[in-house]
Design a protein around this ligand. Sequence first.
Ligand SMILES: C[S@@+](CC[C@H](N)C(=O)[O-])C[C@H]1O[C@@H](n2cnc3c(N)ncnc32)[C@H](O)[C@@H]1O
Length: 319
Amino acid sequence: MRYIDLFCGIGGFRIAINQVLIAKNINPKCVFSSDIDADAQNIYQMNFGEQPAGDITQIGAEDIPEHDILLAGFPCQPFSICGQLKGFEDTRGTLFFDIARILACKQPDYFILENVKQLVGHNQGKTLKSIIEVLEKLGYTVEYKVLNALHLGLPQKRERIFIVGYRQLLPFRWDIQKIPMKPLTEILEPQVSEFYYASEKIRNSRLVKYQGKTHIEPTIWHENKAGHISAYPYSCALRAGASYNYLLVNGERRLTEREMLRLQGFPDEFKLVASYSTARRLIGNSVPVPCVVFMLNCLLNAIKNFTTDRNRVSLNSNG
Ligand SMILES: C[S@@+](CC[C@H](N)C(=O)[O-])C[C@H]1O[C@@H](n2cnc3c(N)ncnc32)[C@H](O)[C@@H]1O
């Protein structure tokens, strides 16, 4: 199965699709990847041996190889333009336009897109409706769902919209089965260097705000925008641009790079050489691997059932 990995970041989609296809004895082949961020490109190259192409807006759709499935966790740009979408051309100026023009030119059988949950309610739902209309006009049946990584086995509350599209009349179903959450003890490193510890001043300020509430460690302390502190046996969503101390393990230290990768479901073999702030940005932008695994399994099951039904019909009609 040939796929393209758009807005690939550090490769969350790629890890998931390789994992799922190999488990089903299907050969995965990435025929094109792209990301504008030089740090993401380096880490992607380090792990997958391929340097992604750069700015997608500068790449002609006809220069992209044929593929079966398009994967894209496109950036959550301001979608203001899409409000009055009347069609494909009206999405120009958004990165969704680049996805649509590649779909229009290459017509892969399937796509999976990911974005922030807020896309659902944006502009009273008109933005998402417009996006879906564009995708339907391109010949796809489109479905979407908000998935929470917390319900798919990761100790991270991260809700994202996933949009899937397919050309044939597939019997697509959301085979939702909650996967028990991995405990934080399997995520946290037993010993971490002093570098990750917050200053005494910050730790004390968190303790004061937390007001001595009791909890069973380990927990991850989350400070919301209003300054309220909560301690959970899971992490709140990792965010690319948030303050350094909004998530603190047991109220005292930041997450390590490896812990953040684990919270996104990346395997421990994944290599990441970057400054702490770059690592936070790239991992915070990434997609939770189990959510993509779930999406791909739903899609592949639908393809399998469709093929089996079609074979059964042709057997019957042959007598
Ligand atoms: C939400 S992140 C997706 C991350 C990815 N799914 C992962 O697992 O790491 C969006 C990505 O789009 C990239 N991006 C933004 N504008 C772009 C452009 N014009 N061309 C290519 N990539 C772009 C960003 O650098 C960022 O890595």
